[in-house]
Design a protein around this ligand. Structure first.
Ligand code: NI
Length: 227
C-alpha cells in the first residue's frame, strides 16, 4: 500500500524543522548506504548524531506520535530514528534500489526490520525541479512529490529512486517502520477497515453495527499483530 499522510508536520513545526536543517552541516549520503545502493546514491545527509539531527528528529517524532493516520497505516512496533537528506548540486539523485531489510541505528543499537519506508517532505514542490520519489508498485510506477509537511508510506520491499533535482534543493526526512503487522496486504485491510469504521461512526454514532465492526478490526489485529 502506498499511503499519503497529509500535514504530519504543522506549519509551525515545519518552519522550526526547516530552520534547523537548512543551516546545518551536511555529509555524504554514502555513509549509510549498503553495497548496491552506494553505487547509485548521490545525495547528502545530516550525520545521525549531530545536534541539528537530534533537534529536528525530536520535532518529527513528536508529530508522528500525534498522527492517527500514520499509526493506522503503519501500525508501528519500532520506528528507526528519522534521518534527513538533501538533493541539490552534484549530489542530486538516488538511482533504483531496495532499502536494506534490517537496519541498526548507531543511536539506539536496536535492529529494525524495514517493513514500511517513509519520506516526510520538508521543501515545497515549487522550490525545486525534479526530485520525484518514484516507487515501482504492483500497479506500475508511482511518481510522488508532496507538499512540505506531508508524508508518504510505501512497502520497503519496493524498488524506488529519487529523480535528479535540476533546480533548487529537495530536503526531506526519511525513516523506516517495523510494523506490528508484517504483511503489507494485512496492513492494507486493517487500514481500509479502520478508515471505514471511523467514517461510519461519524454518520451513525456507536450503532450496534459499528461496535461489531470495531470488534472485527480489533480481533483481526489481535490475530495478526506481533508486539
Ligand atoms: Ni531508499
Amino acid at each position: 500500500m502506498l499511503l499519503h499522510v497529509p500535514q504530519v508536520l504543522s506549519p509551525e513545526a515545519l518552519a522550526r524543522c526547516r530552520g534547523i536543517v537548512e543551516s546545518a552541516d551536511w555529509a555524504d549520503g554514502k555513509l549509510t548506504a549498503g553495497t548496491q545502493s552506494e553505487q547509485v546514491k548521490h545525495n547528502r545527509q545530516l550525520p545521525e548524531g549531530s545536534e541539528a539531527s537530534i533537534a529536528a528528529r525530536a520535532i518529527v517524532v513528536d508529530a508522528l506520535a500525534h498522527s492517527a493516520m500514520f499509526f493506522s497505516g503503519a501500525l508501528p512496533k519500532k520506528t528507526f530514528p528519522p534521518l534527513f537528506n538533501r538533493y541539490d548540486g552534484s549530489a542530486n539523485r538516488f538511482g533504483n534500489h531496495v532499502d536494506n531489510a534490517v537496519r541498526t541505528s548507531t543511536l539506539t543499537g536496536a535492529w529494525v526490520r524495514t517493513d514500511v519506508s517513509c519520506t516526510l517532505f520538508l521543501t515545497e514542490p515549487h522550490e525545486y525541479d525534479g526530485g520525484e520519489l518514484v516507487v515501482e508498485d504492483t500497479f506500475g510506477s508511482q511518481r510522488i512529490k508532496l507538499a512540505a509537511g506531508d508524508t508518504v508510506l510505501y512497502p520497503s520491499s519496493s524498488v524506488h529512486r529519487v529523480e535528479p533535482v535540476t533546480r533548487g534543493s529537495r530536503i526531506a526526512c526519511f525513516f523506516w517502520v517495523e510494523s506490528m503487522v508484517r504483511s503489507d496486504e494485512q496492513r492494507r485491510l486493517l487500514y481500509d477497515m479502520d478508515q471505514s469504521i471511523m467514517a461510519l461512526r461519524a454518520v451513525q454514532g456507536e450503532s450496534a453495527e459499528v461496535v461489531r465492526l470495531t470488534g472485527c478490526y480489533h480481533n483481526l489485529l489481535r490475530m495478526w499483530a506481533d508486539t
